[in-house]
Design a protein around this ligand. Structure first.
Ligand SMILES: [Zn+2]
Length: 73
């Protein structure tokens, strides 16, 4: 075959876990008080998170590059 791609699907799927560039997150920095919050369960785009320190709730918006932004609820 002319097209000799070496593309490993399994490797790609493995990358959907938490990590940089991933859209699934295990922690976040509170935009209100700057505290780092680990979460019990992962969260992803559209999920709501709550800061353990100041109690503020935010909706997480995660873009394609894995950057997280928060909108206060
Ligand atoms: Zn906070």
């Amino acid at each position: 075959m002319a097209n000799d791609f070496q593309f490993d699907d399994d490797d790609f799927a493995k990358d959907s876990g938490a990590g940089s560039g991933s859209r699934v997150k295990k922690e976040f920095d509170c935009p209100g008080c700057n505290a780092n919050n680990p979460v019990d369960e992962t969260f992803t785009d559209g999920d709501e998170v709550r800061c353990n320190y100041c109690g503020c709730e935010y909706k997480a918006l995660i873009n394609q590059e894995g950057r997280v932004r928060f909108r206060e609820l």
